[in-house]
Write a protein that binds this ligand. Structure first.
Ligand code: EPZ
Length: 420
């Protein structure tokens, strides 16, 4: 397993190109199952999760080509079940359930395993497809769904932690081919849902309200192939913005969408970071002086849970007390103990982390645990004195394209150490 070796104390400077969004492209890849015609998807990030989803689609009969950040997918002959070992290993694969059900009127997918950030239930996904008329059987770790017909319905998708992003995606995709009108209430409003809806509309779907809490879908008989360019990854952009702030540097995020980063940029500015917006880019200037801030993760457009770990790393550098509260997932503080190995002072009190920042961090070997926790450790390692080794960076490779190369081009002293 590969590691990153990081010499801290650098100042990041320069431009970085933001890749396409992982959390937009995974449901969009699943949406190609809704037609037998060819779909072309551009600005696809070269990530292990994307390649994994490609293998899952191939295991159910789709033809998938991926070169030069462009996916060409043709799901002419698909079957309703796939390689369970693959499907079980990636949570995002749950979003093939809706399109397979809509296309074939039956689907069998394995229940996604939990992961380090929480149990990751799918009760809302199942509620959604049952509302359209699917008969569900959960057995042996799999969900078997059958629907001789799918009828539009009114579905309230709010759960105990608010809307569900992939649950909204699943229902949105299934509803495009259902008979009649589906209204999704308490739908997720993330930009990735808008991007999925844009792709579905390019395929001929009839969708209104994507990006708002109420989405209306009028079913059509069939969908055709389409071309689409994926939105930029707002979490990658946010991560590089935090890295610029953490090292007191100045970084221009090429291709970033400031309108997708409102809550993140607001917190950075509250902490004293300067933000300059320009056409198709965003420049983040740290000035070495950071103020502590409080943040609570919320559904979009609130502060994103996927930026919680990165903000915690930054607040370790801000003299004073910051309180970071995680309201989306039940255990998303795995990075706290690893940050403490770098000398951070963090106390966990229920859903909140109390960060006493300002003490200099010093490098040490640390262990990545999930995708965004790993990013937080890389940020902290660049700001720490001495050497930090981040182990198990395969977690990072799931959601950041060539992170070490992008950081190196900004002046970071970081290298990938191949593991056994
Ligand atoms: C998506 O996961 C993202 N993943 C996650 O990003 C992101 O953290 C999450 O949305 C929240 O924004 C992808 O898009 C591939 P949810 P998703 O359903 O859709 C509960 C990353 O780092 N819930 O919106 O699986 C759930 O337990 C990843 O890129 C139910 O209770 O998340 C959580 O508490 C991590 N029942 C809350 O809702 C359900 O049926 C939000 O989860 C479904 C979810």
């Amino acid at each position: 397993m590969d590691s990153f070796l990081i010499e801290g104390g650098v100042v990041l400077r320069g431009d970085v190109n933001i890749s396409g969004s992982k959390n937009a492209v995974l449901p969009i890849m699943a949406a190609t199952l809704l037609t037998a015609e060819t779909c072309v998807i551009r600005r696809v990030p070269d990530l292990s999760d994307v390649r994994f989803m490609g293998k899952i689609l191939e295991s159910i009969g789709a033809e998938v080509q991926f070169e030069d950040h462009t996916l060409t997918i043709r799901a002419a002959n698909v079957r309703g079940f796939g390689d369970y070992d693959l499907i079980r290993k990636m949570r995002g694969s749950i979003c093939i359930l809706g399109p397979l059900l809509a296309r074939l009127r039956e689907a069998t997918v394995s229940l996604p395993g939990g992961c380090v950030i929480g149990t990751r239930p799918i009760d809302l996904h199942l509620k959604a497809i049952a509302a359209l008329g699917a008969e569900l059987r959960v057995a042996g770790g799999y969900v078997h769904a059958k629907a001789p017909r799918l009828d539009g319905a009114l579905v309230f998708l709010g759960g105990r932690a608010g809307p569900t992003v992939l649950g909204t995606a699943n229902l949105l995709m299934a509803a495009t081919l259902a008979d009649g009108v589906t209204v999704i209430e308490s739908a997720a409003c993330e930009p990735e849902i808008i991007d999925l809806a844009d792709f579905l509309k390019a395929m001929g779907a009839n969708i209104h309200g994507a990006g708002s809490p109420t989405i209306t879908v009028t079913g059509v008989k069939e969908l055709h192939g389409a071309e689409h360019e994926v939105i930029p990854d707002r979490i990658e952009a946010g991560t590089f913005a935090v890295a610029a702030a953490a090292t007191g540097g100045s970084v221009t995020l090429r291709g970033a969408r400031p309108d997708h980063l409102g809550a993140v940029l607001d917190k950075l500015q509250e902490s004293g970071v300067r933000i300059e917006r320009s056409a198709g880019a965003l420049t983040v200037r740290g000035n070495g002086v950071l103020r502590p801030v409080d943040a609570t993760t919320m559904p979009y457009s609130g502060f994103p849970t996927d930026m919680q770990a990165q903000l915690m790393a930054l607040m370790c550098l801000a003299p004073g007390t910051s309180i970071i509260t995680e309201r989306i997932f039940e255990s998303r503080f795995m990075h706290a103990s690893e940050l403490m190995r770098l000398g951070a002072d963090i106390a966990i009190e229920g859903p909140s982390a109390i960060v006493k920042g300002g003490r200099p961090l010093s490098g040490a070997p640390v262990m990545a645990s999930d995708l965004r926790a790993s990013a937080a450790l890389v940020v902290a390692g660049m700001a720490a004195g001495g050497t930090t080794q981040v182990n198990r960076v395969y977690h990072l490779d799931r959601g950041y394209e060539k992170m070490e190369e992008k950081l190196e081009r900004l002046g970071a002293r970081i290298s990938r150490v191949p593991g056994e």
